[in-house]
Design a binder for this molecule. Structure first.
Ligand code: ADP
Length: 241
């Protein structure tokens, strides 16, 4: 994994060094090109990570770590990764009130899930909005995380298989969008590992909404959730994401 990720991190890191004018002046056309390098190398990194995660999972080497962290801080961290122009008429909107609770879960896996959903939303939306939201559902002691886009949508006959390995709605060689068809498979696998659930609603040419229902407390060893165990500040430790 090191051998595949490191060169990509160099591409993205050097693009950022140049964009930050650490090597010299950059004009606006060059800056736009640098944003594209950053965005596309980010997509490639997500793809490489998906392939690696799927391989790891198939090899039985997928490890779970649960720790307690503030969901708001966590979402702020994800949000900062998307603080670059998308190069299309799409507005990224973030809607998480300040009251989602502390959560105990595997933050690395949760980050992977959300970034996959957000990257797909960006990939398949040419105009409109992408709203990423979170809200606490007290009666289920869960958090509902949604990624809602106004993109191309998914035909109803394809909905049952989009979470399967290597499945893409348009699997042709001439397809307009990149990807390998592993992202949602990993999303589904990680969702189940975290004791969570994922649902999708979609209408073709109107958009899609993916909803992740995540238990606030996830017990790593039993891989079950406990609604009765209170999550207190004493559990707090920074997520290593
Ligand atoms: P890919 O690498 O092709 O993005 P995924 O497993 O992430 O693979 O997604 C599988 C397929 O589901 C995609 O190829 C696409 O056809 C469809 N899909 C996923 N997310 C969206 C979305 N937000 N809008 C429209 N189609 C989507």
């Amino acid at each position: 994994s090191h051998e595949r990720r490191t060169p990509l991190s160099f591409v993205s890191g050097y693009a950022e060094v140049i964009r930050a004018r650490m090597i010299g002046e950059v004009n606006s056309d060059q800056e736009a090109a640098l944003y594209k390098i950053k965005r596309h190398s980010g997509e490639l990194l997500t793809m490489v990570n998906s392939i690696l995660e799927a391989t790891k999972f198939d090899a039985g080497a997928c490890q779970l770590e649960s720790y307690t962290f503030s969901l708001v801080d966590f979402l702020d961290g994800i949000r900062s990764n998307y603080d670059i122009p998308l190069g299309k008429e799409v507005a990224l909107i973030w809607d998480y009130r300040d009251d989602p609770p502390m959560v105990t879960t595997d933050g690395v896996k949760l980050k992977h899930i959300l970034e996959n959903l957000i990257n797909n939303a960006i990939k398949f939306t040419e105009t409109g909005t992408i709203v990423s939201s979170a809200r606490y559902v007290p009666d289920r002691n869960s958090v509902e995380l949604k990624v809602k886009d106004t993109g191309i949508g998914i035909p109803s006959e394809a909905l049952p298989f989009i979470f399967d390995k290597f499945q893409q709605v348009d699997g042709s060689q001439t397809r307009a969008y990149g990807g390998v068809g592993l992202g949602l498979h990993i999303v589904k696998t990680f969702t189940e590992l975290l004791g969570a659930a994922i649902e999708v609603e979609s209408e073709q040419y109107k958009g899609s909404t993916f909803t992740l229902t995540l238990p606030v407390f996830f017990q790593k060893d039993s891989q079950k959730t406990s609604e009765s165990t209170p999550v207190t500040d004493s559990h707090r430790s920074p997520p290593s994401v």
